[in-house]
Ligand binder design. Sequence first.
Ligand SMILES: [Zn+2]
Length: 133
Amino acid sequence: MKHWNENDFKHWLYDLRDEDPHLEECAECRSERDRLQMVRARITEQPDLSQDFLAAQRRSIYRRLYEPRHNWFTLRWALPVAMVLVMVFGLTLQRSRRPGANISDEQLFSDLTAIEQSAEPKAIAPMHKLFEE
Ligand SMILES: [Zn+2]
């Protein structure tokens, strides 16, 4: 008779298979069965906890259920508000430091008039160098 394979042992562990005479004849399969039986017993054994420990744990759970929430929970909007304030402050600083923001209207109009009255666009000026003799 052939040895038990992994599926045979798995089925035996879940009570889907009965032991057969091979286990009594074969020392190798019997030792694997005993090893699996010890592992199952170790895994399923009840933890050694005293009744006092469990009662104290239960009291702690009930106490935490009924105690008020921590104060930091009421400040949950503080971080988003602070972030918005920092963004507004940063944008205000950037806008006030932008170059050209202090140009007077007269200066702007004179620059625009100068641009409009020149016959040649400024972008053409570098091309004159190409044709100099
Ligand atoms: Zn065997």
